[in-house]
Design a binder for this molecule. Structure first.
Ligand SMILES: *Cc1c(COP(=O)(O)O)cnc(C)c1O
Length: 430
């Protein structure tokens, strides 16, 4: 009965997965973990170089996170925020506001939900302040904000989103370069200027992934470009919605990426790293000015009628608090420098004629390889081949993504980049 991989094929449907491909390729079944290593059912160990899909921060089975979870289990695993409240939810809201400079926290349970909430808040806030013509959103080209239909509507990755177009609302597209090249950014900015001049008065909000468009394959832009765009949006009365689901919690070198641009968004979406990668939790933060637009007597009908069953789950909040303690007590951000440097050096050492480009900000990185036809599935095959080197990575389009936990040591990070080099040389001999 322990033939997990055969049984997997009987009933599971994996996310973002062509099941016919999955059925035909070697598979791993992860049974436990220690620090930044995943351990499969055969006892083999792998460095978790994608942070278990971009959310693990301090490593797996961190004693303080484990203890916080167990302590909360001993009190209550789940209650509700609809009509009741609880200490870890309150304390976490206080700490998140202090960290971000924002004032209100609305909990949900996935990055996609945090974006749905942000879009609804922005739209309703504009309606309730009398800007009833502001019914649309601006978003970047190649944006990724999650997989629910609202977040897919503002998303712009055709491969993921194209088939659903008939179900979606239209978003206005702000072009965003794939690297912080001043000329490309100036061109995009000029287009954005025209867009805001022409349509600014119909826009409720501008949603963006600050500095790094993760799911698009780690496309990057400069803080100055983002500042200029946000100024245009602000001047047009458009609310700023920063989606830091991927970039938050130290990924780009600062706690939040907007700090590097000195931007205080009106609305901020956070998820992935919030619990250190332990439990599903997300939050949409807003300013007090936005919150005030939702206040009034019940029959003024200004309430935000939105919520999820597991909104603000106490177990998740307790672990999130412990994760923030670790950031503080173990000086996690202050210790990032040598890790970021190890990643940079490791990427530079990747010498192969098929390496087209390396992209990095903080501990977010991608290596683009090519030219290969799509059906060669080369980046995917390189990612699979890395497992023979004891490293778990994933591909995104023609890129191989590296997103190590912030706790990964410099030498482990170098082992991850070296694995990509070895795999690439094995599959495509020089
Ligand atoms: C992953 C991601 C989301 C969606 O989060 P889920 O928890 O997978 O729903 C939204 N925005 C960005 C920028 C992301 O990287």
């Amino acid at each position: 009965m322990n033939d997990w991989l055969t049984r997997d094929l009987q009933h599971l449907w994996h996310p973002f997965t062509q099941q016919d491909e999955w059925a035909g390729e070697p598979k791993l079944c992860i049974e436990r973990a220690e620090g930044v290593e995943l351990i499969d059912t055969e006892g083999r160990r792998y460095l978790d170089a994608v942070s278990s899909l971009w959310c693990n921060v301090h490593g797996h089975r961190h004693p303080k996170l484990d203890a916080a979870l167990l302590d909360q289990v001993g009190r209550v695993a789940h209650t509700t925020m609809l009509g009741l409240t609880h200490p870890p939810g309150i304390e976490l809201a206080e700490r998140l506001c202090a960290l971000t400079g924002l004032d209100r926290v609305f909990y949900s349970d996935s990055g996609s939900s945090s974006v749905e909430v942000a879009l609804k808040i922005a739209f309703q806030a504009q309606q309730q302040r009398g800007h009833t013509q502001r019914t649309r959103f601006a978003a970047f080209t190649e944006a990724y904000h999650g997989d629910t239909l609202g977040s897919v509507s503002v998303g712009g990755i055709d491969l993921f989103h194209g088939v659903y177009r008939p179900l979606l609302f239209d978003a206005l597209r702000i072009p965003c370069p794939d690297r912080p090249d001043p000329e490309a950014e100036a061109r995009c900015l000029a287009q954005a200027e025209r867009l805001f001049a022409e349509h600014g008065e119909t826009l409720a909000g501008f949603i963006f992934e600050p500095l790094v468009q993760g799911a698009a394959g780690m496309r990057m832009h400069s803080p100055a470009f983002l500042v200029a765009l946000c100024t245009l949006a602000r001047d047009a009365g458009v609310l700023l919605i920063a989606d830091e689901v991927a970039t938050g919690f130290g990924r780009t070198g600062t706690m939040f990426a907007v700090e590097q641009a000195g931007i205080r968004p009106d609305i901020l979406c956070i998820a992935k790293g919030i619990t250190g990668g332990y439990l599903p939790l997300a939050a949409t933060l807003t300013t007090e000015a936005i919150f005030d637009l939702f206040r009034g007597p019940y029959t003024a009908w200004k309430t935000l009628f939105h919520g999820h069953t597991y909104t603000g789950n106490p177990l998740a909040c307790a672990v999130a608090l412990a994760s923030l303690d670790i950031f503080r007590d173990e000086a996690v951000l202050q210790n990032l420098g040598p890790r970021v440097e190890a990643l940079r050096n490791g990427l530079l050492l990747l010498r192969h004629r098929c390496v087209l480009e390396r992209r990095q900000r903080g501990l977010m990185a991608a290596v683009r390889i090519g030219p290969f036809s799509a059906d060669a599935r080369m980046s995917h095959r390189v990612a699979l081949a890395c497992r023979d080197e004891g490293v778990i990575v994933r591909s995104l389009g023609d890129a191989i993504v590296l997103m190590p936990p912030l706790a990964m040591t410099p030498s482990q990070i170098r082992a991850c980049t070296a694995a990509i080099g070895t795999a690439l040389h094995r599959l495509v001999p020089a």
